[in-house]
Design a protein around this ligand. Structure first.
Ligand code: PHE
Length: 447
């Protein structure tokens, strides 16, 4: 495997950096606190932790194996192992489209907050939550969304190695440092204690509610970028001597660290400022300014944080953009340039649909008012398609394929010992799939 026409990432560290760059993003910093706030705080954290280890890491390893063994995009990867499984790749492509339809919007919020840190955010007389509501009905929201898609487009067009690797290397350590500083800062805010209780002291009855488990498993998939072919696509650029197990563990632990830190920043601040943890998607955008506003150099801290959040989001948008770009380029023989253009154009269209279309559902006894495509795209991708993709990945890797396939990839064809392999095999074959099935069944109210 010394020469391959396809691009590949630099070395071991690069593989970790790019995969963690995909995983760490709005999922951990925006979605995790908002989901935890709506689903029982510490109970959610507990289930999320379990899901990362029992579901996230094993599925990620399965995807790594498929990607690196085949060196293809998600659809081509599964197809070259088994024709009948190519639709697992298609489900990933569909999922990448759904995520593209709303993730850029939230990333655009981060961009807006970075800019307005020096604009009106801290000088306006209006509360932070009103400011957020005003921003959501202004055309600026659409403009920032499109700017974000363009930024992603520009990085992708420069090619896999240069673009993705560089962007990931800069922002991660800086993001961790600023989160730690903020976590220390909020500890001194009056009333912070209640926030720690909410986030760290689980109510076990809540932890085992079907809803909490369902949402936490979705969050684990989303935050680790697994279950939709993204890690297949990225691993297709890994080198043959990368240690897959070590890479997946590092990615999961880094992601977990960022999510827990985000919780340790947000919840004390929520309670200190008298806000609601179950505020929803706007949670971090109305809570974080509360932290910065009384700090010396408030605007600088705020702009620095949102800059880092923007960069973290960018390394994630690049990754699902790449799922689509690699798919279009390789499956339809398009040049990378045109595949990138097509992906970006589709992203713009989908985001505009999300921004403009709000409707009511009144169908077969289900009545929901004011639902937007934004929520539907999020729900379908994180809570349905990704866990389903994860379940099928387990079945494919640990039941359909021979054991040798996974063992070869995990041990780099015998070059490494692979002591944890039996545990991984058992988990992928039984524990993970049964858990996912159980969660779905229970959530449907059948158990
Ligand atoms: N994991 C990313 C985040 O947490 C989102 C993502 C999902 C990226 C799926 C790629 C694929 O922000």
């Amino acid at each position: 495997m010394s020469e391959q026409p396809r691009a590949s990432f630099g070395g071991k560290l690069s593989a970790i950096l790019v995969a963690a760059g995909s995983a760490i993003g709005l999922g951990s910093i925006w979605r995790f606190p908002y989901m935890a706030g709506e689903n029982g705080g510490a109970a959610f954290l507990l289930v999320y932790l379990i899901c990362v280890f029992v579901v996230g890491i094993p599925v990620m390893l399965g995807e790594f194996a498929v990607g690196r063994a085949t060196k293809k995009n998600a659809v081509g990867g599964y197809r070259s192992l088994s024709r009948s499984w190519q639709w697992l790749g298609y489900s990933g492509v569909l999922c990448a489209l759904l995520i593209s339809g709303y993730y850029y919007i939230v990333a655009g919020w981060s961009l807006e907050y970075m800019v307005s840190s020096f604009g009106g955010l801290y000088t306006s007389k209006v509360t932070f939550s009103e400011q957020f509501a005003q921003f959501q009905i202004s055309p600026r929201q659409a403009i920032y969304t499109v700017i974000f898609i363009l930024l992603t487009h520009l990085i992708i067009i420069r090619g896999v190695v240069k673009g993705i690797e560089k962007a990931s290397k800069v922002m991660m350590p800086a993001l961790l440092v600023i989160l730690i500083i903020m976590a220390v800062r909020v500890a001194f805010m009056p009333g912070a204690g209640e926030g720690y209780l909410f986030f760290l002291k689980p109510d076990f009855r809540e932890a085992f509610s079907a809803e909490t488990i369902f949402k936490a498993v979705g969050q684990a998939f989303f935050s680790l970028s697994v279950g939709m072919g993204c890690m297949v696509t990225y691993a297709s650029y890994f080198k043959q001597n990368n240690n897959l197990t070590g890479t997946s563990m590092s990615v999961a632990l880094l992601t977990l660290m960022v999510a827990v830190l985000a919780g340790l920043v947000i919840f004390p601040a929520v309670f200190s400022a008298g806000l609601e943890p179950a505020e929803g998607a706007s949670l971090i955008f109305i809570t974080l300014p509360e932290i910065f506003k009384d700090m010396p150099l408030a605007q600088v801290w705020s702009a620095a944080f949102f800059l880092l959040l923007t960069l973290a989001s960018l390394t994630s948008t690049i990754s699902f953009h790449e799922v689509l770009t690699a798919y279009f380029a390789e499956e339809y023989n398009l040049s990378r340039k045109w595949a990138t253009r097509l992906t970006s154009a589709l992203s713009v269209v989908l985001c505009m649909v999300s921004l403009l279309w709000v409707f009511d559902i009144n169908f077969a006894g289900i009545k929901v008012e004011n639902i937007s495509c934004f929520d539907i795209f999020d729900y379908l991708s994180a809570n349905i398609l990704m866990p389903l993709g994860g379940l099928l990945t387990c079945i494919f890797v640990a039941w359909w394929m021979k054991q040798k396939f996974l063992r070869d990839e995990i041990t780099n064809y015998g070059k490494m010992k692979g002591r944890a392999f039996p545990l991984l095999w058992f988990t992928l074959r039984y524990v993970t799939p049964l858990l996912i099935v159980y969660i779905f069944v229970r959530n449907l109210g059948l158990m």
